[in-house]
Design a protein around this ligand. Sequence first.
Ligand SMILES: N[C@@H](CCC(=O)N[C@@H](CS)C(=O)NCC(=O)O)C(=O)O
Length: 340
Amino acid sequence: MSALLKASLASLAIAAAIPGITHAATLDTVKQRGSVVCGATTGFAGFSAPDAKGQWQGLDVDLCKSIAAAVFGDASKFKIVPLNSQQRFTALQSGEVDVLTRNTTVTQQRDTALGLIAAGVNFYDGQGFLVSKKLGVKSAKELNGATICLQTGTSNENTLADWARANKVEYKPVVFDQFNEVVNAFATNRCDVFSTDASGLASIRISKLSSPDDYEVLPEIISKEPLGPFVRQGDDAWLNIVKWVFQATVNAEELGVTTANVDEQLKSTNPNIQRLLGVTPGAGKNLGLDEKWAYNVIKQVGNYGESFERNVGQGSPLKIKRGLNALWTDGGLQYGLPIR
Ligand SMILES: N[C@@H](CCC(=O)N[C@@H](CS)C(=O)NCC(=O)O)C(=O)O
Protein backbone atom coordinates (compact mmCIF):
# COMPACT_ATOMS: atom_id res chain seq x y z
CA MET A 1 0.00 0.00 0.00
CA SER A 2 1.38 3.42 -0.88
CA ALA A 3 2.30 5.79 1.93
CA LEU A 4 -0.22 8.28 0.58
CA LEU A 5 -3.05 5.72 0.59
CA LYS A 6 -2.09 4.63 4.10
CA ALA A 7 -2.16 8.22 5.28
CA SER A 8 -5.56 8.89 3.77
CA LEU A 9 -7.02 5.67 5.19
CA ALA A 10 -5.65 6.68 8.58
CA SER A 11 -7.30 10.08 8.35
CA LEU A 12 -10.60 8.41 7.34
CA ALA A 13 -10.33 6.20 10.41
CA ILE A 14 -9.81 9.29 12.58
CA ALA A 15 -12.79 10.96 10.94
CA ALA A 16 -14.94 7.90 11.63
CA ALA A 17 -13.79 7.81 15.25
CA ILE A 18 -14.74 11.39 16.02
CA PRO A 19 -18.45 11.73 16.67
CA GLY A 20 -20.25 14.13 14.42
CA ILE A 21 -17.41 14.74 11.99
CA THR A 22 -18.86 15.30 8.56
CA HIS A 23 -17.62 16.53 5.26
CA ALA A 24 -20.94 18.05 4.27
CA ALA A 25 -20.87 21.36 2.44
CA THR A 26 -22.18 23.65 5.14
CA LEU A 27 -22.49 26.56 2.69
CA ASP A 28 -24.99 24.56 0.59
CA THR A 29 -27.00 23.65 3.69
CA VAL A 30 -27.01 27.27 4.82
CA LYS A 31 -28.09 28.53 1.38
CA GLN A 32 -30.86 25.94 1.08
CA ARG A 33 -32.16 26.81 4.52
CA GLY A 34 -31.96 30.52 3.79
CA SER A 35 -30.25 31.40 7.08
CA VAL A 36 -27.10 30.71 9.03
CA VAL A 37 -27.60 29.07 12.41
CA CYS A 38 -25.16 30.17 15.10
CA GLY A 39 -24.68 28.72 18.56
CA ALA A 40 -24.49 31.48 21.18
CA THR A 41 -24.69 31.68 24.97
CA THR A 42 -27.97 31.51 26.82
CA GLY A 43 -27.56 35.23 27.49
CA PHE A 44 -24.34 37.06 28.16
CA ALA A 45 -24.86 40.81 27.76
CA GLY A 46 -22.45 42.47 25.32
CA PHE A 47 -21.44 39.19 23.67
CA SER A 48 -24.67 37.33 22.95
CA ALA A 49 -27.96 38.12 24.63
CA PRO A 50 -31.49 39.04 23.56
CA ASP A 51 -32.38 42.72 24.06
CA ALA A 52 -35.67 44.05 25.48
CA LYS A 53 -37.36 43.31 22.13
CA GLY A 54 -36.01 39.77 22.06
CA GLN A 55 -33.48 40.59 19.32
CA TRP A 56 -30.09 38.94 19.80
CA GLN A 57 -27.27 41.47 20.19
CA GLY A 58 -23.57 41.40 20.96
CA LEU A 59 -20.05 41.10 19.62
CA ASP A 60 -20.50 37.38 18.91
CA VAL A 61 -23.95 37.95 17.43
CA ASP A 62 -22.41 40.56 15.12
CA LEU A 63 -20.04 37.89 13.86
CA CYS A 64 -23.04 35.66 13.13
CA LYS A 65 -24.81 38.55 11.36
CA SER A 66 -21.63 39.26 9.40
CA ILE A 67 -21.57 35.68 8.10
CA ALA A 68 -25.22 36.12 7.04
CA ALA A 69 -24.37 39.42 5.32
CA ALA A 70 -21.46 37.81 3.46
CA VAL A 71 -23.45 34.75 2.36
CA PHE A 72 -26.86 36.31 1.64
CA GLY A 73 -26.16 40.02 1.33
CA ASP A 74 -28.61 40.29 4.24
CA ALA A 75 -27.41 40.42 7.85
CA SER A 76 -30.88 39.52 9.14
CA LYS A 77 -30.73 35.99 7.72
CA PHE A 78 -29.43 34.34 10.86
CA LYS A 79 -30.81 32.33 13.75
CA ILE A 80 -29.39 31.93 17.21
CA VAL A 81 -29.46 28.70 19.18
CA PRO A 82 -28.75 29.44 22.86
CA LEU A 83 -26.33 26.89 24.32
CA ASN A 84 -24.82 26.51 27.76
CA SER A 85 -21.12 25.77 28.13
CA GLN A 86 -21.67 22.02 28.23
CA GLN A 87 -24.02 21.78 25.23
CA ARG A 88 -22.06 23.90 22.77
CA PHE A 89 -19.64 21.35 21.28
CA THR A 90 -22.23 18.59 20.79
CA ALA A 91 -24.53 21.07 19.08
CA LEU A 92 -21.82 21.93 16.57
CA GLN A 93 -20.67 18.31 16.11
CA SER A 94 -24.21 17.11 15.45
CA GLY A 95 -24.95 19.83 12.90
CA GLU A 96 -27.59 21.55 15.05
CA VAL A 97 -25.64 24.76 14.44
CA ASP A 98 -23.43 25.78 11.49
CA VAL A 99 -20.96 27.69 13.62
CA LEU A 100 -20.33 28.47 17.28
CA THR A 101 -20.11 32.20 17.82
CA ARG A 102 -19.83 32.03 21.54
CA ASN A 103 -17.01 32.94 23.99
CA THR A 104 -15.17 29.68 23.37
CA THR A 105 -11.48 29.45 24.23
CA VAL A 106 -9.32 28.09 21.44
CA THR A 107 -7.32 25.22 22.91
CA GLN A 108 -5.26 22.49 21.27
CA GLN A 109 -7.65 19.81 22.51
CA ARG A 110 -10.79 21.55 21.21
CA ASP A 111 -9.08 22.25 17.89
CA THR A 112 -8.19 18.57 17.38
CA ALA A 113 -9.90 15.86 19.40
CA LEU A 114 -13.44 17.25 19.26
CA GLY A 115 -13.63 17.16 15.46
CA LEU A 116 -13.95 20.94 15.53
CA ILE A 117 -11.65 23.76 14.47
CA ALA A 118 -11.31 27.40 15.42
CA ALA A 119 -11.66 30.03 12.69
CA GLY A 120 -9.98 32.95 14.46
CA VAL A 121 -9.90 34.91 17.70
CA ASN A 122 -12.46 37.68 18.00
CA PHE A 123 -11.73 38.42 21.66
CA TYR A 124 -8.42 37.92 23.48
CA ASP A 125 -9.30 37.29 27.10
CA GLY A 126 -8.02 35.76 30.34
CA GLN A 127 -9.60 34.17 33.40
CA GLY A 128 -10.19 36.33 36.45
CA PHE A 129 -12.10 36.63 39.72
CA LEU A 130 -15.16 38.65 40.71
CA VAL A 131 -15.76 39.27 44.42
CA SER A 132 -18.04 41.27 46.63
CA LYS A 133 -16.17 44.27 48.07
CA LYS A 134 -17.50 43.13 51.47
CA LEU A 135 -15.17 40.13 51.27
CA GLY A 136 -12.32 42.60 51.83
CA VAL A 137 -9.95 40.77 49.48
CA LYS A 138 -7.61 42.74 47.19
CA SER A 139 -5.68 39.92 45.52
CA ALA A 140 -6.48 36.41 44.33
CA LYS A 141 -3.61 35.16 46.47
CA GLU A 142 -5.81 35.93 49.50
CA LEU A 143 -8.51 33.49 48.37
CA ASN A 144 -7.37 30.59 50.55
CA GLY A 145 -10.44 28.81 51.92
CA ALA A 146 -12.84 30.59 49.57
CA THR A 147 -15.81 29.00 47.83
CA ILE A 148 -15.60 29.66 44.10
CA CYS A 149 -18.55 29.51 41.70
CA LEU A 150 -17.90 28.12 38.22
CA GLN A 151 -19.91 26.82 35.30
CA THR A 152 -19.62 23.18 34.24
CA GLY A 153 -18.10 22.47 30.85
CA THR A 154 -15.82 25.52 30.80
CA SER A 155 -12.05 25.65 30.56
CA ASN A 156 -12.28 27.73 33.73
CA GLU A 157 -12.59 24.67 35.98
CA ASN A 158 -9.19 23.17 35.08
CA THR A 159 -7.43 26.51 34.78
CA LEU A 160 -8.49 27.43 38.30
CA ALA A 161 -7.40 24.06 39.68
CA ASP A 162 -3.95 24.43 38.06
CA TRP A 163 -3.51 27.97 39.31
CA ALA A 164 -4.66 27.13 42.84
CA ARG A 165 -2.26 24.20 43.08
CA ALA A 166 0.66 26.30 41.85
CA ASN A 167 -0.19 29.12 44.24
CA LYS A 168 -1.03 26.86 47.21
CA VAL A 169 -4.52 28.29 47.41
CA GLU A 170 -7.17 25.88 48.70
CA TYR A 171 -10.72 26.54 47.58
CA LYS A 172 -14.07 24.81 47.37
CA PRO A 173 -15.56 24.75 43.85
CA VAL A 174 -19.32 25.28 43.56
CA VAL A 175 -20.37 24.25 40.05
CA PHE A 176 -23.61 24.48 38.06
CA ASP A 177 -24.63 23.55 34.52
CA GLN A 178 -26.69 26.64 33.82
CA PHE A 179 -25.28 30.13 33.66
CA ASN A 180 -28.16 31.64 35.62
CA GLU A 181 -27.66 29.11 38.41
CA VAL A 182 -24.03 30.17 38.82
CA VAL A 183 -25.02 33.84 38.75
CA ASN A 184 -27.79 33.30 41.32
CA ALA A 185 -25.51 31.31 43.60
CA PHE A 186 -22.97 34.13 43.53
CA ALA A 187 -25.57 36.90 43.94
CA THR A 188 -27.04 35.13 46.98
CA ASN A 189 -23.63 34.57 48.61
CA ARG A 190 -23.56 30.82 48.16
CA CYS A 191 -19.99 31.36 47.03
CA ASP A 192 -17.44 34.09 47.72
CA VAL A 193 -16.03 34.32 44.23
CA PHE A 194 -17.14 33.98 40.59
CA SER A 195 -14.36 32.83 38.30
CA THR A 196 -14.56 32.91 34.51
CA ASP A 197 -13.16 34.96 31.60
CA ALA A 198 -12.69 38.64 32.46
CA SER A 199 -15.16 39.56 29.70
CA GLY A 200 -17.75 37.38 31.40
CA LEU A 201 -17.07 38.94 34.77
CA ALA A 202 -17.50 42.45 33.34
CA SER A 203 -20.78 41.36 31.75
CA ILE A 204 -22.09 39.65 34.90
CA ARG A 205 -21.18 42.62 37.14
CA ILE A 206 -23.02 45.12 34.96
CA SER A 207 -25.98 43.11 33.72
CA LYS A 208 -26.74 40.49 36.37
CA LEU A 209 -25.99 42.00 39.78
CA SER A 210 -28.38 44.52 41.32
CA SER A 211 -25.62 46.80 42.69
CA PRO A 212 -22.56 46.42 40.44
CA ASP A 213 -20.59 48.91 42.55
CA ASP A 214 -20.63 46.47 45.46
CA TYR A 215 -18.44 44.10 43.43
CA GLU A 216 -14.98 44.22 41.92
CA VAL A 217 -12.78 42.19 39.62
CA LEU A 218 -9.46 41.25 41.26
CA PRO A 219 -6.28 42.33 39.44
CA GLU A 220 -4.97 38.82 38.64
CA ILE A 221 -5.60 37.32 35.22
CA ILE A 222 -4.54 33.69 35.52
CA SER A 223 -4.69 32.37 31.95
CA LYS A 224 -4.88 33.07 28.24
CA GLU A 225 -8.45 32.69 26.95
CA PRO A 226 -8.40 33.44 23.23
CA LEU A 227 -12.10 33.33 22.34
CA GLY A 228 -13.20 32.61 18.81
CA PRO A 229 -15.70 31.01 16.45
CA PHE A 230 -15.57 27.25 15.83
CA VAL A 231 -16.75 25.14 12.89
CA ARG A 232 -16.66 21.40 12.17
CA GLN A 233 -13.49 19.86 10.81
CA GLY A 234 -13.68 18.59 7.24
CA ASP A 235 -15.37 21.56 5.57
CA ASP A 236 -12.55 23.89 4.60
CA ALA A 237 -14.72 26.06 2.37
CA TRP A 238 -16.99 26.91 5.33
CA LEU A 239 -14.00 27.34 7.66
CA ASN A 240 -12.61 29.86 5.17
CA ILE A 241 -15.88 31.78 5.02
CA VAL A 242 -16.07 32.19 8.81
CA LYS A 243 -12.35 32.93 9.05
CA TRP A 244 -12.28 35.53 6.28
CA VAL A 245 -15.52 37.25 7.27
CA PHE A 246 -13.89 37.99 10.61
CA GLN A 247 -10.63 39.00 8.89
CA ALA A 248 -12.58 41.36 6.65
CA THR A 249 -13.92 43.20 9.70
CA VAL A 250 -10.39 43.66 11.08
CA ASN A 251 -9.03 44.73 7.68
CA ALA A 252 -11.86 47.25 7.39
CA GLU A 253 -10.94 48.77 10.73
CA GLU A 254 -7.27 48.94 9.72
CA LEU A 255 -8.23 50.64 6.48
CA GLY A 256 -10.69 53.06 8.10
CA VAL A 257 -13.69 51.58 6.30
CA THR A 258 -16.85 51.99 8.38
CA THR A 259 -20.59 51.52 7.99
CA ALA A 260 -20.92 55.27 7.50
CA ASN A 261 -18.22 55.68 4.84
CA VAL A 262 -18.24 52.33 3.00
CA ASP A 263 -20.15 53.73 0.00
CA GLU A 264 -17.71 56.62 -0.30
CA GLN A 265 -14.82 54.13 0.05
CA LEU A 266 -16.01 52.32 -3.08
CA LYS A 267 -14.30 55.19 -4.91
CA SER A 268 -11.04 54.77 -3.00
CA THR A 269 -7.85 54.36 -5.04
CA ASN A 270 -6.24 52.24 -2.29
CA PRO A 271 -5.84 48.76 -3.84
CA ASN A 272 -6.41 47.08 -0.45
CA ILE A 273 -9.77 48.81 -0.08
CA GLN A 274 -10.64 48.03 -3.70
CA ARG A 275 -9.96 44.30 -3.10
CA LEU A 276 -11.78 44.30 0.26
CA LEU A 277 -14.90 45.89 -1.20
CA GLY A 278 -14.91 43.86 -4.40
CA VAL A 279 -14.19 46.86 -6.65
CA THR A 280 -11.28 44.71 -7.75
CA PRO A 281 -12.92 41.27 -7.98
CA GLY A 282 -11.43 37.98 -6.80
CA ALA A 283 -11.78 37.67 -3.03
CA GLY A 284 -15.50 36.89 -3.25
CA LYS A 285 -15.04 34.28 -5.95
CA ASN A 286 -12.28 32.61 -3.90
CA LEU A 287 -14.78 32.10 -1.09
CA GLY A 288 -17.68 31.05 -3.32
CA LEU A 289 -19.46 34.28 -2.39
CA ASP A 290 -20.60 37.44 -4.10
CA GLU A 291 -17.82 40.00 -4.68
CA LYS A 292 -19.76 42.34 -2.37
CA TRP A 293 -19.38 39.90 0.57
CA ALA A 294 -17.19 42.18 2.69
CA TYR A 295 -18.95 45.37 1.52
CA ASN A 296 -22.22 43.89 2.83
CA VAL A 297 -20.61 42.99 6.15
CA ILE A 298 -19.24 46.49 6.71
CA LYS A 299 -22.34 48.26 5.39
CA GLN A 300 -24.78 46.22 7.47
CA VAL A 301 -22.83 45.26 10.60
CA GLY A 302 -19.64 47.35 10.71
CA ASN A 303 -15.93 46.84 11.13
CA TYR A 304 -14.39 45.09 14.15
CA GLY A 305 -13.77 48.30 16.11
CA GLU A 306 -17.32 49.55 15.50
CA SER A 307 -18.77 46.27 16.72
CA PHE A 308 -16.42 46.17 19.72
CA GLU A 309 -17.22 49.71 20.90
CA ARG A 310 -20.98 49.37 20.34
CA ASN A 311 -21.34 46.04 22.14
CA VAL A 312 -18.68 45.80 24.83
CA GLY A 313 -16.61 49.01 24.62
CA GLN A 314 -17.18 52.66 25.30
CA GLY A 315 -20.61 52.74 23.62
CA SER A 316 -21.87 49.97 25.91
CA PRO A 317 -22.52 49.62 29.66
CA LEU A 318 -19.57 47.18 29.91
CA LYS A 319 -16.93 49.79 28.92
CA ILE A 320 -14.28 47.12 28.27
CA LYS A 321 -11.03 48.70 27.03
CA ARG A 322 -9.64 47.53 23.71
CA GLY A 323 -6.46 46.26 25.47
CA LEU A 324 -5.25 43.10 23.74
CA ASN A 325 -8.12 43.53 21.27
CA ALA A 326 -6.78 46.79 19.90
CA LEU A 327 -5.33 46.71 16.42
CA TRP A 328 -1.66 45.69 16.28
CA THR A 329 -0.88 49.22 15.10
CA ASP A 330 -2.22 50.45 18.47
CA GLY A 331 -0.32 47.89 20.54
CA GLY A 332 -2.98 45.16 20.48
CA LEU A 333 -3.16 41.70 18.91
CA GLN A 334 -5.81 42.19 16.24
CA TYR A 335 -3.96 41.92 12.95
CA GLY A 336 -5.99 41.56 9.76
CA LEU A 337 -4.59 38.86 7.50
CA PRO A 338 -4.08 40.32 4.01
CA ILE A 339 -7.01 40.11 1.62
CA ARG A 340 -5.16 39.63 -1.64
N1 LIG B 1 -13.94 30.62 27.64
C1 LIG B 1 -14.33 29.54 28.52
C2 LIG B 1 -15.60 29.85 29.27
C3 LIG B 1 -16.78 30.09 28.36
C4 LIG B 1 -18.11 29.97 29.06
O1 LIG B 1 -18.93 29.11 28.68
N2 LIG B 1 -18.35 30.82 30.07
C5 LIG B 1 -19.61 30.82 30.78
C6 LIG B 1 -19.49 31.89 31.85
S1 LIG B 1 -19.67 31.35 33.43
C7 LIG B 1 -20.74 31.22 29.83
O2 LIG B 1 -20.50 31.88 28.86
N3 LIG B 1 -21.96 30.85 30.13
C8 LIG B 1 -23.09 31.30 29.35
C9 LIG B 1 -24.13 30.24 29.14
O3 LIG B 1 -23.93 29.07 29.52
O4 LIG B 1 -25.14 30.58 28.55
C10 LIG B 1 -14.49 28.27 27.71
O5 LIG B 1 -14.45 28.33 26.48
O6 LIG B 1 -14.65 27.21 28.31
